[in-house]
Design a protein around this ligand. Structure first.
Ligand SMILES: NC(=O)c1ccc[n+]([C@@H]2O[C@H](COP(=O)([O-])OP(=O)(O)OC[C@H]3O[C@@H](n4cnc5c(N)ncnc54)[C@H](OP(=O)(O)O)[C@@H]3O)[C@@H](O)[C@H]2O)c1
Length: 341
């Protein structure tokens, strides 16, 4: 398949390296040099893979990075590989046809020329990586000629220095979990082959962010301090339970102690310094985190209004958010103060 990743960021570059093993794959960047030179010799992004391929003989494309301090614990396993992925400009993408375009920017945030180039390319499938409530609908209205799927990255990936991106793919996990039109997801999975995407129902796709994003929000409110998050787990745990209720309709009991144990397990089993990664990485996506909290609050309010109108059709005032989802509301307010200051 011919696949384009929009944006030479953390996910675009890492996923392109993984897709590029089997498919014609490029990353398209607003900052790639336009003109024939860029067309003939595309920019490269160095990637550090924490999983060594079966055949690990060094090649022109593999090299041991000097700055292997991060991912910290991976360095000690001695399993590192650097790959290069081609980065091209939009003119290059526009001159060819593509089967799949993966957006790593929220559709509504795309620069106008970028959105116009994507429309002009008319790929049969566009996948968005944002899971903010309403972003899929925005993509559907922006790109009516393409099938819109949602891809949830199963990687941890980060831009480091210069053109370097480092990522960790949990063992046995795909690159993306995909949801959307069942036939389109099935067809895409077949054409991509195993290991790159798995099909997941939409409700299941939105549950994991509902569980973990409130902790990300608390981390941001606490200036990215993992230690401060670890000692303030009560509010995000309650907000997480409210968000899960908003997306699934099910109330799942959660405890700050249980959350602490999960964080312990992450620190133990994920071969990167989770605290450092999370503090740095999520600071770049605070606006999106806030929109996700607001999205769940909105879903909660709609759910309550529906329930109320069924129970009492004459009453049209639904309970306030402070009653429905107090922790989610409080966390969103704290993050809003930070994002807008
Ligand atoms: N990183 C992870 O581990 C991870 C994990 C789970 C989910 N996600 C989700 O995946 C998505 C991408 O995350 P990321 O970490 O890869 O972000 P990122 O590193 O910021 O990359 C996004 C890229 O989009 C391009 N871009 C930014 N603003 C744009 C605009 N206005 N118009 C057009 N292009 C624009 C930029 O590339 P150019 O300047 O090169 O065009 C930028 O590098 C986010 O929704 C994030 O929540 C990420």
């Amino acid at each position: 398949m011919k696949v384009v990743f929009q944006g030479a960021g953390a996910i675009g570059a890492a996923a392109a390296a993984l897709f590029g093993r089997r498919h014609e794959t490029v990353v398209v960047s607003r900052s790639a040099n336009p003109g024939s030179e860029a067309l003939n010799s595309p920019d490269t992004v160095r990637l550090q893979d924490t999983v060594r391929p079966q055949s690990s003989a060094p090649t022109r494309d593999t090299a041991r990075p000097r700055d292997a301090a991060y991912p910290r614990r991976v360095g000690s396993t001695g399993r590192e590989t650097v790959r290069r992925v081609p980065v091209v400009d939009w003119a290059t993408v526009s001159s060819s046809s593509w089967d799949l375009v993966v957006l790593t920017t929220r559709p509504g945030d795309l620069d106008e020329p970028v959105a116009a180039s994507i429309s002009g390319a008319r790929p049969s499938i566009i996948a968005i990586t944002s899971q903010v409530d309403g972003d899929r609908d925005i993509a559907v209205s922006m790109f009516p000629e393409s099938e819109i799927l949602v891809f949830s990255p199963a990687l941890l990936s980060e831009r480091t220095t210069g053109r370097n991106v480092r990522y960790w793919q949990p063992p046995a996990m795909p690159v993306f979990m995909a949801s959307g039109c069942r036939d389109a997801v099935r067809r895409l999975r077949r054409e991509l082959g195993g290991g790159l995407i798995v099909a997941v129902p939409a409700a299941l796709l939105s549950a994991p962010p509902a569980v973990f994003i409130p902790y990300v929000a608390e981390l941001s409110v606490r200036e990215g301090s993992w230690t401060a998050l670890r000692t303030h787990l009560r509010r995000p745990t309650q907000a997480s339970a409210e968000a899960v209720h908003a997306v699934t309709g099910v109330r799942i009991p959660m405890s700050a102690r249980g959350a602490g144990l999960v964080l312990d397990a992450l620190e133990l089993f994920v071969p990167i310094d989770v605290g450092e990664y999370a503090g740095r990485h999520f600071a770049r996506h605070e606006g999106q985190t806030l929109d996700m909290l607001n999205g769940w609050a909105g879903q909660m309010a709609r759910r309550a209004a529906r329930r109320d109108s069924q129970r009492n059709p004459k009453r049209n005032a639904a309970p306030a958010l402070a009653e429905l989802a107090p922790a989610l509301g409080e966390l969103a307010q704290a993050l809003r103060l930070r994002v807008t200051r």
